[in-house]
Design a protein around this ligand. Structure first.
Ligand SMILES: Cc1ncc(COP(=O)(O)O)c(C=O)c1O
Length: 391
């Protein structure tokens, strides 16, 4: 354990950009949303959520959304003029479809289903309820790119499928709005984002790759370039539209996706990405199930996990331990949107207190995953010991 304590890992939360990916291969892909006939590309998924409300004429009506949500998608719905209402999600990320149906009222204008971290929600059942009540179904796949429910790709059952690309692929930005079925909407082509912003995000992802491959040397080069970069960004007053932020910002609602980011997307081997994510997830499941009860005991066919949802007792403590050891674990969805009454959804609040994202993406080799598992086990058992002593 001592030797391990002295090594600092570098386990980034998101996949990094390999230089070869800048030369896109341009092969057609069978995965959504790349294969969809009717798709619009955006800077982020939140823009697609906002536009969906406008496009379907949901403003002034109510959209029935899950009580377990990020918050930014709720902000986008509200900003576009609709009122979000919430339905119950259970302690295993299970949507309570009976509760969904119970809550449909005269002002309900759409149902909103979110697929959590690649794990499919009940799209078929939601489709049935939506059809029964004559409502459109919005499928939010922002955390579920490349994932399928068996052989049914996520984002193909709803009237609308919404995707975020940059959480799964090493792109500077990217989101998509897919319209399924025969309906046609004339949507303006969103303008391309500022090139400086695209280049600045691309450089960050390349530097992360350097650190991933280059160990101590790579880390040194990255921190040197970052320090120069920060000064340059400030001095040149470069407009950098941050991705992955917590809040919706109307100023960026029209931003589209750059052709450069599309090219990087085309350079990805999507089958291999799914396979690696599944391999890494299985590995963590096997190594961690005895120290933390898994949220899912298996990985159903078709699932491409975004991360491993680790159940912990003290998030802050475990996160601090993992960060200290170089694992970019993330506090998953701590906060409820203020429009949602926390006291009405106790299981969701418990989830918000207990889930930590452990990276399992395509850039992490089996050797790195073995170290990640060891560090996570250490962090969990140490956490328990501390609590026992404190108690
Ligand atoms: C469920 C869900 N929908 C939508 C979004 C918005 O994604 P983006 O950051 O691409 O706007 C997020 C962001 O995390 C999300 O978790």
């Amino acid at each position: 354990m001592e030797a391990l304590n002295s090594t600092r890992l570098f386990v980034p939360a998101l996949p990094t950009l390999w230089p070869g990916m800048l030369l896109g291969r341009g092969e057609p892909s069978g995965f959504m949303p790349f294969s969809a006939p009717n798709v619009r590309w955006f800077y982020f998924a939140r823009n697609a959520v906002w536009l969906t409300v406008k496009m379907l004429g949901l403003d002034k009506g109510e959209v029935l959304m899950p009580a377990y949500h990020h918050g930014v998608e709720v902000e986008a719905v509200a900003d576009a003029g609709a009122t979000p209402r919430f339905y119950r999600v259970g302690s295993r990320w299970d949507v309570d479809v009976e509760d969904v149906e119970r809550r449909i009222g005269p002002n309900t204008k759409a149902l909103y289903l979110t697929h959590y971290a690649g794990f499919p929600g009940p799209a078929e059942e939601m489709r049935r309820i939506a059809d029964k009540h004559g409502l459109p179904l919005i499928e939010d796949c922002a955390l579920s790119l490349l994932s399928a429910d068996g052989s049914v790709p996520l984002g193909t059952t709803g009237d609308i499928g919404i995707f975020c690309l940059y959480k799964t692929l090493p792109l500077p930005h990217g989101g998509a709005l897919v319209v399924n079925g025969p309906r046609q909407y004339s949507l303006p082509e969103p303008p391309t984002p500022p090139i400086t912003s695209t280049l600045s995000h691309t450089l960050s992802a390349l530097l992360q790759n350097l650190e991933l491959r280059g160990g101590r040397f790579g880390r040194g080069v990255r921190s040197f370039i970052r320090s120069l970069g920060k000064g340059a960004v400030k001095a040149a007053d470069i407009q950098r539209v941050a991705t992955g932020t917590q809040h919706f910002d109307r100023r960026h609602v029209d931003l589209g996706m750059s052709p450069f980011a599309r090219r990087i997307a085309q350079a990805q081997d999507l089958e291999a990405i799914v396979e690696r994510r599944r391999r890494n997830y299985f590995f963590l499941l096997g190594r961690l199930r005895d120290v933390s009860p898994p949220l899912f005991n298996q990985l159903p066919a078709g699932v491409s996990p975004l991360f491993y949802p680790l159940v912990v007792e003290d998030k802050a403590e475990v996160l601090a331990r993992l960060h200290a050891r170089g694992i970019e674990a993330i506090d998953f969805w701590r906060h409820m949107h203020p429009a949602c009454d926390a006291s009405a959804f106790p299981e969701v609040m418990q989830l918000r207190r207990s889930i930590v994202e452990i990276p399992c993406h395509q850039d992490l080799s089996p050797e790195v995953m073995a170290e990640v598992a060891l560090v996570v086990r250490g962090a969990l058992t140490q956490d328990r010991r501390t609590r026992k002593h404190a108690g």
